[in-house]
Design a protein around this ligand. Sequence first.
Ligand code: NAP
Length: 330
Amino acid sequence: MTSFTALQVREIAPGQFERSLVQRSVDELPQGEVLIRVRYSSLNYKDALSAAGNRAVTREYPHTPGIDAAGVVEQSAVAEFAPGDEVIVTGYDLGMNTAGGFAQYIRVPAAWVIKRPEGLSLRDAMTLGTAGLTAALCVDKLEQAGLEPGQGPVLVTGATGGVGSLAVLLLSSLGHEVVAVTGKADQAEHLRELGASQVIGREALQAGTGKPMLKEQWAAAVDTVGGEILFNVVKSLRRGGSVACCGLTAGTDFAGNVFPFILRGVNLLGVDSVEIPLMTKAAMWDKLSLQWKLPGLERLVHEVDLAQLPAEMDRILAGGQIGRVLVRID
Ligand SMILES: NC(=O)c1ccc[n+]([C@@H]2O[C@H](COP(=O)([O-])OP(=O)(O)OC[C@H]3O[C@@H](n4cnc5c(N)ncnc54)[C@H](OP(=O)(O)O)[C@@H]3O)[C@@H](O)[C@H]2O)c1
């Protein structure tokens, strides 16, 4: 019986949650065809919500969060995977109500598992993680809606966060003019190094909420924050422009009107990285390993071990995240 270390979140009193490292047995893991020895995971906003006891993410505790994992197959009940294969798992129910990647082992359905693409190491894959997959899906949707380099500025909100900073890097490396929106004025230089040609304060996107339309500015946008900021982005898209909406750190609601849609023909594109078909995820990982392989990822990574994760979770919930937190498991 193999025992292993996991980060566990427990409800110690109603509404009060504690995070600690515990020893678990592989036998306690959920059923699934593939047992994976995890080498790296990464911290996403949703993991911090799970660790804080958010029941929209995780219904039952004790629980091990971690929506991302990259590692080596140890046992497989299906022919597609063999012991020793290097694999990636992101999303589906991993880390939500299935014990997640903040542990030395996970056991999951084969239908969640992707073989590591040749062009990415396990470490690279988790440097990107769900955040990188989501940034890529956003850019892909914008391209499908007609975005091409040279059409004008592309806005990225929540630009210093995981999804935001990878979207800035990807868009700029594809030749787009990127305007980064941030609440962290001291990170302007960092965002310029990632490829933003202009950095603007978050407050600029919070003004004018009462107006039905705003001046046309952006050819397209990646919005990671939602709320009123998202609607102000919709109202300031250029004619025919699109915004890919993927996040909620500024809020889940926004008050809207139809004018930008019926007078400027703009598009609001929803992006989900979690429940999309495995084939779509695999195609995006292939792209991230080849034609969309990102230069200089090390600039935005901060590596921690499981014991250091709780402090990082507090930081991400407080909106203080800069770049990506890579979690070294072994
Ligand atoms: N749809 C999907 O499949 C999917 C996948 C991944 C993530 N997400 C969502 O996307 C969002 C970003 O995820 P992440 O992992 O990149 O999180 P993150 O690293 O914490 O980044 C979020 C960023 O949002 C900005 N922010 C924080 N609080 C804010 C507030 N009150 N108002 C406005 N901006 C605020 C901050 O950037 P600045 O300080 O630079 O403004 C922060 O760094 C989350 O809501 C997450 O749940 C969705």
